[in-house]
Design a protein around this ligand. Structure first.
Ligand SMILES: C[S@@+](CC[C@H](N)C(=O)[O-])C[C@H]1O[C@@H](n2cnc3c(N)ncnc32)[C@H](O)[C@@H]1O
Ligand code: SF4
Length: 416
């Protein structure tokens, strides 16, 4: 996704898998940039119908019609082929198939996508391979086929178990489908994440408790909890639903955090809660400013090479993407991340992490000196938003609560 909104292991392991690229910095000095771990994100841009709150690159198919799987899988293969020179010799640590609704695709199509990837890039032993699924497209045989194809982790968009809340969200599934899909996911995969949304129209603390009772009774290894936001260019932005008032929202989110912690889930990132050892390695790679190939309609990528950090963004419309990918030009935007932006982009990610970050991580994964961050750290520190624990910088509780404020301390200076 997904992912920007919403990536592991200790620093020593990350560094052990990294390769060094010699180069020159902007001042003509020789330096060695470390290539961070490499992930692959693959976007599947279709859903049965568009949810009124959703600003992801997802396009409604309607019931009864499916995506043109063969054409899309061929386009992904063509794009991968065109991107290979950017990642020669590198190993894939994690894969994430997000959407949209990847679970609209058949087990055979997902198996083909993964075998196309394995045939062209080395995969790390124990590579984490996540697929996002919607309970409305749930079939037990399909989950089994995803597992046989090599998916190791299923992320299920439950949102709520309450029919009224699901209806208000315009979801295609109901509570019974959410329960059935979650049980089947837990029987089929060792690693499972359930997405829950809070602050829903008509939700109060008692309603949140009912959702958490059900989610915790299932005992998934990982839970992601997102507060509903009204995003520009969505139906909810134009016709806002009545949301819980500020006090109720505070109650709901405070209570959710407290109950998850009591149930043994560590909040390792703003929205992510996991049992020990069950954090999502793919998302951790984003948040520690790792590299990723972004394949598929509207996908974004970040690859560190001899010219520095290169970001790519693909054509968003599925047809335009497929045509462009076949012609070897899936990306419609490519830019090198300059010194001014690197600090801010790193902090947009790293400040989401409970464990914070070290100067070594910043220098290794951006190729820029830590001194770039020092003015912002001093300002944020004086406001009580960030603090240092030995070599590690961590947001304070206040900083996490006002994360946008904290992140904005690292905005690049306006060009003169
Ligand atoms: C892109 S969706 C992919 C999963 C799948 N399409 C689904 O919705 O079941 C990833 C997650 O983002 C969250 N999400 C999407 N839009 C949101 C919004 N406006 N506010 C809060 N969370 C949102 C939902 O929890 C959703 O499960
Ligand atoms: S199913 Fe998921 S990706 Fe599709 S429209 Fe709804 S929230 Fe967005």
């Amino acid at each position: 996704v997904s992912e920007v909104k919403r990536v592991h292991g200790p620093a020593t392991r990350r560094q052990a898998t990294a390769a060094a690229v010699p180069g020159l910095d902007g001042h003509g000095r020789g330096w060695t940039r470390v290539q961070p771990p490499l992930s692959v994100y693959i976007h599947f841009p279709w859903c049965i119908r568009k949810c009124p709150y959703c600003d992801f690159n997802s396009h409604a198919l309607g019931t009864g019609s499916g995506p043109d799987e063969a054409a899309y899988v061929a386009a992904l293969r063509a794009e991968l082929e065109s991107m290979l020179p950017q990642v020669w010799g590198r190993r894939v640590e994690t894969v994430f198939m997000g959407g949209g609704t990847p679970s609209l695709f058949s087990g055979e199509a997902i198996a083909q996508v993964l075998s196309d990837l394995r045939a062209r890039l080395p995969m790390a032993p124990g590579c984490e391979v996540t697929l996002e699924a919607n309970p409305g497209t749930f079939e037990a045989a399909r989950f089994a086929a995803f597992r046989a194809a090599g998916v190791t982790r299923l992320s299920l968009g439950v949102q709520s178990f309450d029919d009224a809340r699901l209806h208000a969200l315009g979801r295609v599934h109901d509570g019974a489908q959410a329960r059935a899909a979650a049980r089947c996911a837990l029987q089929t995969f060792d690693a499972v994440n359930l997405d829950l949304m809070i602050g829903l129209p008509g939700q109060d603390s008692a309603g949140l408790d009912r959702d958490l009772d059900e989610a915790l009774a299932l005992a998934p290894p990982h839970l992601s909890v997102y507060q509903l936001t009204l995003e520009p260019n969505t139906v909810f932005h134009k016709y806002p639903p009545v949301l819980p008032d500020e006090d109720t929202l505070e109650d709901i989110s405070g209570r959710a955090l407290q109950r998850l912690a009591q149930a043994g889930y560590g909040q390792y990132e703003v929205s992510a809660h996991a049992r020990p050892g069950q954090a999502c390695r793919h998302n951790l790679n984003y948040w520690t400013f790792g590299d990723y190939l972004g394949l598929g309609a509207g996908a974004h990528g970040k690859i560190t090479g001899p010219d520095g950090i290169v970001r790519t963004a693909n054509h968003r419309q599925p047809e335009a993407y497929m045509q462009a990918a076949r012609e070897g030009r899936a990306a419609c935007e490519t830019r090198v991340v300059g010194e001014g932006e690197a600090g801010f982009e790193f902090m947009l990610n790293a400040l989401r992490l409970r464990e914070g970050f070290s100067p070594e991580l910043f220098e290794a994964h951006t190729g820029f000196p830590f001194a770039l961050l020092e003015p912002g750290l001093a300002r944020a520190g004086s406001r009580g938003l960030i603090e240092r624990h030995g070599p590690v910088w961590r947001p304070t509780a206040l900083g996490w609560r006002f994360l946008n404020d904290l992140q904005s301390e690292f905005l690049p200076p306006n060009p003169a």
